[in-house]
Design a protein around this ligand. Sequence first.
Ligand code: DX5
Ligand code: ZN
Length: 214
Amino acid sequence: MTKVAPSVLSADFSKLKEEIDTLEGAKWLHYDVMDGHFVPNISFGYSILANVRKATDLFLDVHLMITDPMFYVDEFIKAGADMITFHIEAMESREKTMELINHIHASNVQVGISIKPGTHVDAILPYLNDVDMILVMSVEPGFGGQSFNDIAVEKIKTLNSLKGKYGFIIEVDGGINEQTGKLCVEAGCDVLVAGSYVFKAASRRDAIASLLCE
Ligand code: DX5
Ligand code: ZN
């Protein structure tokens, strides 16, 4: 069953709780953390996440687009993240990557690893046994509202062929709408992140429902 994770990056931050309450049909909420260094944009951090946690029971899917995830990860765990995804491009070595995965799991929080459009699936193959989710970026991370890059579909297909053996799930993020979402679900994707498509829709409920249709 496909899940939709609306991305709060596209919400009106002056009324976050009201915005989150409009997301009927969604079980996950995607929370994009940008540090102005790993990506050329700054969004929000762990203090706002703690407030979001108070405002909703949705599964909090935290996407860290930051240079030093190990340094900040405890703050996001404390703030109430249910899943923490970091970028493989931000990691220096296999040892440090495993240390971070084990550290997050030790707090009973799920772990995801993300790859940018230019990063080959091979980069995350060594970790498939150790993570709960692989996040395939279908845009260059940093901004909402960009167009879908279909390089993601091939990556999802490759990962889908390995899913049964390992048990991770696949999420896609960037430029998702009814058409691109369908392509990803057909390729084997489990979770669709959608920012502008959901938040700019006349009916957010209908937009979410259109992504859930198979
Ligand atoms: C981009 C973020 C996405 C973004 C998606 O760096 O990771 O989660 O919010 O926005 P849309 O769906 O508008 O492409
Ligand atoms: Zn994201």
